[in-house]
Design a binder for this molecule. Structure first.
Ligand code: GLA
Length: 728
C-alpha cells in the first residue's frame, strides 16, 4: 500500500519506491507537513511538527496563535488569519473580508486517480497510482477544501491538487489558489529555475535561496518564453549524481507562479499554482473549483534521478497520443524554406525531393489561408487560399500522398487579425477593454475563448479543414501573449476569470481535436517554445521547442528542456546556415546530431541545398531510424554542459536494459594544442563490456564510467560526433 494512515499518531504516510511524504494532523485539525525525502520505514514522526514547542498549538495556547500560524509547516497555507508567509488560499466572503482557516474533517484513499474536470492531468491504472483525498472544512466560510495527493510509486512522483466546494449559501471569491505548498527546514538550499526569451528558451539558472522570496511566474496568459512553471530546491552539494532535489512542475499552460521563500526561522516555503495577478473566481453556492495539478518528485541521488523520474512520468502518465511510444514521421516543414512565399508547385517540389532522402511527411506552415502573404492579416479566416494552393487543399494533399509522404498543416486557432473577415464580423470576439484600442502584437489580437461560441467557431474551422483532406499532423501555434484583459462575454463581476477561462477554452479545443481525430499527430507550438509545459503534453506528444534552430543555441535550450521533459517531446529540426535566428554557420552534420536528441526533422528548402549537405540527409534519416527507439525510450544523462564549461557539450541516452548507449559530443569551440577529452559515461552496466560501433574496440562499462572514454580532438567550432556503444 503506497498510502497509509496511522490513526494513533494521526500521520499519513505516502511511499514511492525511493521517497516518503508524511502529513500530520494536529489535535485542532491543522494539516501539517511532517517530512519529504528518502524513503522511511517508520511513521513515528509526529514530533517533527514541533507542536510541543512554544508557541504551542492554539488548543494549548491561544494567546500566541499568530506566532504558531506563522511557523507551523502547513500542507496548504491560508491568507488573512496570521500566517504571514506566502498564502496559497485567499478567500473573500460576501461581506468583503479575506480570511480562511480550514480543519481536517475526513479522508479517503482510492486506487487509481480521478480525472480533473476540464484540465489536463496525469493518469494511471489502479496498480500504478493511488490517491489520498484529505477533506477539510472552514465552517465559517462554508467552504470544503479537498487536498488531493496521488502517489506514483515506480516513478517516485506525487501529484497534488486542490479542489474547493462552496457548501454554504453565500458567494465566495477565490482570490488566490495555489496547488501545492512545501514547508521545510532550510538545508542551505539552492534553487534551480528555467529562464529565457523568444529563441532562447529554458536556460538553467541556479543560485542560493536568499532570505525573502524568489519566484518564477507568468502573467502573459501562457506559460511563456521567459520563465517556466518549474522549480527545484537542491542541497548545495547537488550534482547530476548526488544531493537532495525537491522539484515541482505545474500541469498548466497559463499564468503560473513558483516561489521559494526563506523565512525568519530558517525555514523555506515552496509553492506553485495559478498566478494571483489578475485572477479571482466567483464560487457560488454549491459550485466547486478545481485547481490544476503539481507534479512533485524527490531525488536523493542528484539531478539525473529527478530527470529520469520526470521523463518516465510524462512518458507513461501524461502523454496520451497514439504516437507516444512510436517513431514520429520525419517531417520537412516549409517555414524557414519559404516563409509566406509558396504555392502548390513549390510544396510538391519540396515533397518530391524530400521523398528521395527518406523524409516522410511534408508540413505546410503559416500562409495557406485567407489573404495571408505576410503576418499582418487573415488569422481567423481559415479558408484555403486557392491562389496559392492551386487546385485546392485536397488536391495538394493527394499529390503529396501520391509522392509517398504524409501531410501536415499549421494553424493558429486562438488568434484573430484586425485585418480579417472574422474581425470585421465579430470585433467583439477579440479580447479587449471596451473603449480602449487593444495592444497588437505581431499585428494580431487574441480570441476570447471564455466565450463558448468563439470556442465552437475556432474549433469548427480546424475540424472542417481536417475533414477536407487526408491531414495526419497539426502544428497548433500561438504567437502572442494576452493583454487588455476584457471580455464582452463575461459580466463585470467575472472579468478576472478571463485568464483562467481562456486556458480552459484552449484545453477544451484540444480535447475536442484529439477526440475527433484520434490518430492525428499534434505538435503544440507558441512562437517557438513559449507553451512547452506538461499541460500541453496531455494533448500533444511533442512541442516545438524553439524558433532558434541554430545547433549551438539549441544545446542550451535542449539541455534546459530535457532537464524535465523527455527527448521524445522536444521538437527539433535541421535548418540552413547561416542560421536564420543567429547567423551562425555550423556543419550540417552537427545540426543533424543535435536535432537527433529530439523529434528530428527538417526546416529548409531541400531543392536549394548545396550538394554536399544534401548528400548527408539520407544518412541522417537512416540514423534517425536506427537510434530513435533508444532516444525516445531511454534514460537521458547529462555528462557535460557547454553552458558551464564554454567549450563542449556531452549527453547520452541509455536503454533501460543498459544494452545500448548513444553518446553525443559537440565541441562548440575548438581550442589549440588540445588533447583528447576524457568523459565519464553514465548509466552503463559496470559488469558488462561494450563495443563501440564502427570499431572492434571493447570497453568495460565500469571503466567507461569511472575512468572515462577518450574523445579524440576535433578541428573547428561546432563539430560533433556520435558514439554508439553496444553490450557484448
Ligand atoms: C511561429 C512558429 C514558427 C512558425 C511561425 C509562423 O513563430 O514558432 O515555427 O510556424 O510562427 O508564423
Amino acid at each position: 500500500m503506497a498510502i497509509k494512515y496511522n490513526e494513533n499518531n494521526r500521520i499519513f504516510k505516502l511511499d514511492t519506491d525511493n521517497s516518503t511524504y508524511l502529513i500530520g494532523i494536529t489535535p485542532e485539525g491543522y494539516v501539517g507537513h511532517v517530512y519529504y525525502g528518502k524513503r522511511l520505514e517508520s511513521d513515528a514522526a509526529y514530533y517533527l511538527l514541533r507542536t510541543d514547542e512554544p508557541p504551542f498549538t492554539p488548543s494549548v495556547n491561544k494567546r500566541e496563535k499568530s506566532a504558531f500560524l506563522d511557523f507551523f509547516p502547513m500542507e496548504l497555507s491560508c491568507g488573512g488569519i496570521g500566517d504571514y508567509r506566502e498564502s496559497c488560499l485567499n478567500i473573500r466572503n460576501d461581506a468583503g473580508s479575506m480570511g480562511c482557516e480550514f480543519f481536517f474533517e475526513s479522508y479517503s484513499v482510492m486506487p487509481g486517480k480521478p480525472k480533473l474536470k476540464g484540465l489536463p492531468s496525469s493518469f494511471g491504472s489502479a496498480d500504478e497510482v493511488s490517491t489520498l483525498e484529505i477533506t477539510c472544512i472552514d465552517k465559517i466560510l462554508g467552504l470544503k477544501v479537498v487536498l488531493s495527493y496521488s502517489v506514483f510509486e515506480r516513478e517516485d512522483v506525487i501529484t497534488r491538487n486542490v479542489r474547493l466546494e462552496n457548501i454554504g449559501d453565500n458567494l465566495l471569491k477565490i482570490e488566490k489558489i495555489y496547488s501545492a505548498c512545501l514547508d521545510m527546514d532550510n538545508e542551505d538550499f539552492e534553487v534551480i529555475t528555467l529562464h529565457g526569451s523568444w529563441a532562447r528558451e529554458r536556460h538553467i539558472q541556479r543560485h542560493p535561496v536568499y532570505l525573502g522570496k524568489q519566484n518564477v511566474s507568468s502573467n502573459k496568459g501562457e506559460s511563456g518564453h521567459q520563465e517556466h512553471p518549474f522549480m527545484a530546491l537542491v542541497t548545495p552539494e547537488t550534482t547530476q549524481t548526488a544531493g537532495s532535489v525537491y522539484a515541482m512542475n505545474f500541469v498548466y499552460s497559463g499564468n503560473f507562479i513558483g516561489q521559494v521563500e526563506q523565512t525568519q526561522f530558517g525555514m523555506v516555503r515552496m509553492v506553485m499554482g495559478i498566478n494571483q495577478d489578475e485572477f479571482s473566481w466567483n464560487l457560488k453556492a454549491k459550485e466547486s473549483f478545481q485547481a490544476p495539478e503539481v507534479v512533485m518528485t524527490y531525488s536523493g541521488e542528484g539531478l539525473s534521478k529527478m530527470t529520469h523520474s520526470y521523463h518516465d512520468f510524462y512518458r507513461r502518465h501524461m502523454i496520451r497520443s497514439p504516437y507516444k511510444d512510436k517513431k514520429r514521421p520525419i517531417l520537412i516543414n516549409n517555414w524557414e524554406a519559404t516563409y509566406f512565399d509558396f504555392n502548390t508547385e513549390k510544396l510538391l517540389d519540396i515533397a518530391r525531393e524530400a521523398k528521395k532522402d527518406g523524409i516522410e511527411m511534408l508540413v505546410m506552415d503559416d500562409g495557406w489561408f485567407g489573404e495571408r502573404n505576410s503576418d499582418d492579416c487573415s488569422l481567423g479566416d481559415w479558408v484555403v487560399n486557392e491562389k496559392k494552393i492551386t487546385g485546392g487543399l485536397r488536391h495538394l494533399v493527394d499529390e503529396v500522398n501520391k509522392i509517398g509522404l504524409k501531410f501536415g498543416i499549421w494553424f493558429e486557432p486562438e488568434m484573430i487579425s484586425p485585418n480579417s473577415d472574422l474581425y470585421r464580423q465579430h470585433p467583439d470576439w477579440a479580447i479587449h477593454i471596451e473603449g480602449r484600442e487593444a495592444t497588437q502584437s505581431r499585428q494580431q489580437y487574441v480570441l476570447d475563448l471564455s466565450n463558448p461560441k468563439v470556442v465552437d467557431y475556432a474549433y469548427g474551422c480546424v475540424s472542417k479543414i481536417l475533414h477536407s483532406a487526408n491531414i495526419e499532423y497539426v502544428k497548433w501555434d500561438m504567437n502572442r501573449q494576452l493583454s487588455d484583459l476584457g471580455s464582452t462575454y463575461l459580466d463585470s463581476e467575472s472579468q478576472q476569470e478571463l485568464f483562467h477561462r481562456y486556458v480552459l477554452g484552449v484545453y477544451e479545443m484540444q480535447e475536442r481535436l484529439v477526440t475527433e481525430f484520434p490518430d492525428l499527430l499534434l505538435e503544440n507550438c507558441s512562437g517557438g517554445g513559449a507553451r512547452f509545459d506538461p499541460g500541453m503534453l496531455y494533448y500533444s506528444p511533442q512541442i516545438w521547442c524553439s524558433d532558434d534552430t541554430d545547433a549551438v543555441e539549441r544545446l542550451e535550450i535542449q539541455e534546459g528542456t530535457a532537464l524535465i521533459y523527455p527527448l521524445s517531446t522536444i521538437g527539433a529540426h535541421v535548418s540552413v546556415c547561416p542560421n536564420h535566428a543567429v547567423g551562425r554557420n555550423t556543419s550540417f552534420e552537427t545540426r543533424g546530431h543535435v536535432a537527433l536528441a529530439g523529434t528530428f526533422g527538417y526546416e529548409l528548402d531541400i531543392t536549394k541545398l548545396p550538394e554536399a549537405e544534401r548528400a548527408l540527409i539520407s544518412e541522417q534519416t537512416a540514423m534517425y531510424h536506427k537510434y530513435n527507439d533508444l532516444v525516445r525510450e531511454g534514460d537521458y544523462y547529462r555528462i557535460a554542459s557547454y553552458s558551464q564549461n564554454k567549450q563542449y557539450d556531452c549527453y547520452m541516452v541509455v536503454t533501460k536494459d543498459k544494452s545500448q548507449a548513444l553518446m553525443t559530443y559537440v565541441q562548440v569551440r575548438g581550442v589549440p594544442n588540445s588533447k583528447s577529452k576524457k568523459v565519464k559515461l553514465m548509466g552503463l552496466d559496470p559488469k558488462a563490456s561494450y563495443m563501440l560501433e564502427g570499431t572492434d574496440a571493447m570497453y568495460s562499462g565500469e571503466l567507461l564510467m569511472k575512468g572515462g572514454f577518450l574523445v579524440k580532438g576535433m578541428w573547428g567550432d561546432a563539430t560533433s560526433r556520435l558514439y554508439h556503444f553496444k553490450k557484448k
